[in-house]
Every structure is written in C-alpha cells, then in structure tokens.
Design a protein around this ligand. Structure first.
Ligand SMILES: [Zn+2]
Length: 281
C-alpha cells in the first residue's frame, strides 16, 4: 500500500504519540517536585493541651471619643480653663497713652492682642505654665465659682501699655508664668482663695505643702506674700496693683511660677524670651 504522509490516519497516529510523550514528561516533573517538597516537610500534629480552650474573640465595644474642654464645660457650671484663657488683652482699639519720662512725653500704643501675636512659644507650640491652669481649675472645682482671669499673658508692648511702672519691667506675665485673677462670688474672701491654692499641694511633700511668708519690703502689696518651691502668691487689696487690666474694684490674686517641675529648674524672667519668643502675625 502506498504510504502518504498526508494520510489523515498517519497524522492522527503521530499526534497521539506526541500527546502521550508530553503527558509522560509532565507527570515525571510533578513527581520530582512532590518528592522535593516531602523531603523538606516535617511530619507533626497540632495538638491541644487539656488546659487550653478554644479562643473566641470578644465582641467589639463602642468606645466614646475623649471629650474636648468645651464639651466638658457644658456639663459643669463654668468653662474649664485652658491656655486660651491666657491670651493677651491688648487691643488696637485702645487709645494711645502718654506718660512723662525724664521730662519727655512718651506715647504708648497698645498691641493688637491675640489677633497680632501668639502666646509664648515652647518647642514651636504655644505655652502657658501648666501649674497655673491646674490651680485655677482646682479653684473652680472646689469653690464652684467662676475664676475671672484679668491678666494672663502680656506681650511686652501690652505690658508697658497696661502697667508702665519701672519696678514691673520684669513681669513674668510676659513669659506665660504669671496670672492675675479673682473668683466671682468670692470677691470679698480672697484669703479663702489663697488657702485653697495652698491646699492644692496637700500630700505633695514638704517643699510644696509648707508655704512661707515673704517678709522683704520690695513688693507692691501690704499683705505678706506666700511662697513654696513652685509658686509665689500675692494678694492685692482694692487700693493696690491697679493697672489697665485690673481696673475692677475687687481684691485680686497674682500667682507667679518660681520653679519648673518638668525641667527641674527655677523659672527666671529673661528679656529675650519675652520679646522674641512670640509669633507675630
Ligand atoms: Zn499683646
């Protein structure tokens, strides 16, 4: 019989042979791979010990977000005091003042207040010594009366506009380490407020709990100031310490920070800090 390679039977036969060879080759490759995998596998069983129990995850619980101070304020009688309360009282609406200095009439203009500059900066953030904020919130909590801050931070420009006496040129108001205030509803009981300020330190060690009286005569108050390691407290009678920010008729209290607990060193007024350490807009 004549063999023709175009014969369909022959072509089919050859295709089947090629297919069988391909299957054999693939099978051989797979079996080699399985052997290699088994070689690296370690036999073992996952067992449970008698004290182990099946773990079941607890259901997610709804957790409320921490509250902002103004949200807390709605639940208490008075707003919680934050460093925002300490912003400079200056205003460009205040008229210029003229004072006499060594036969020269000097014009004093007020600053633009919180619209024109920041609070003192510390690590590029606005900063008020936290002990002042804590003390005032403590007073509000204990007295259930509102603390009225008459003077928190003062930039140098507003400080000299508000109080131009030479002896007050180193005020710690300018570095965020001093506050002047009275307690609304307790205007005639400033001594009680001072007692509460001292009570804040109860249980904090003798250098904080034992307040001493400052007996030197270089102060502008008739009541001997009190001080511990951290703060210096002055009580101004109605005829004392009146300035642009304290034009009210009540006695008031000034608290200065003497010691920085975080840094472990005394707080000292520095001109460069007062003048340069604020951001002007
Ligand atoms: Zn100012």
């Amino acid at each position: 019989m004549f063999r023709n390679k175009n014969n369909p039977i022959i072509v089919l036969s050859m295709s089947i042979r090629i297919l069988i060879l391909a299957i054999l080759f693939l099978n051989l490759s797979c079996s080699r791979r399985d052997e290699a995998q088994k070689k690296h596998q370690k036999a073992g069983f996952v067992e449970r010990h008698h004290h182990e129990r099946k773990w079941s995850p607890s259901l997610p619980q709804k957790k409320s977000l921490p509250q902002y101070p103004w949200e807390i304020a709605q639940k208490t009688a008075h707003p919680v005091i934050t460093k925002e309360f300490f912003r400079c009282n200056g205003s460009s609406m205040n008229p210029p003042r003229f004072i006499q200095r060594t036969k020269v009439n000097v014009r004093l203009d007020d600053c633009g207040g919180a619209n024109s500059h920041s609070l003192p900066l510390k690590g590029e953030k606005e900063f008020i010594y936290p002990i002042l904020v804590d003390l005032l919130n403590y007073l509000q909590e204990k007295t259930e009366h509102k603390v009225v801050i008459t003077c928190g931070h003062r930039c140098p420009q507003h400080h000299f506009y508000a109080r131009d006496e030479v002896q007050n040129r180193y005020s710690k108001h300018m570095i965020g380490a001093e506050v002047a205030f009275y307690v609304s509803g307790m205007e005639d009981e400033p001594e009680k407020v001072v007692e509460l300020l001292m009570a804040y330190y109860d249980g904090r060690g003798p250098e904080y709990t034992q307040f001493q009286r400052y007996t030197k005569s270089d102060t502008d108050v008739s009541t001997l100031p009190w001080y511990n390691k951290e703060v210096f407290i002055k009580l101004y009678q109605p005829n004392e310490g009146r300035d642009f920010d304290n034009r009210h008729p009540y006695p008031y209290i000034r608290v200065q920070v003497r010691y920085d607990r975080d840094l472990g060193k005394r707080v000292i007024f520095r001109w460069d800090e007062a003048e340069r350490n604020i951001l002007r807009y």
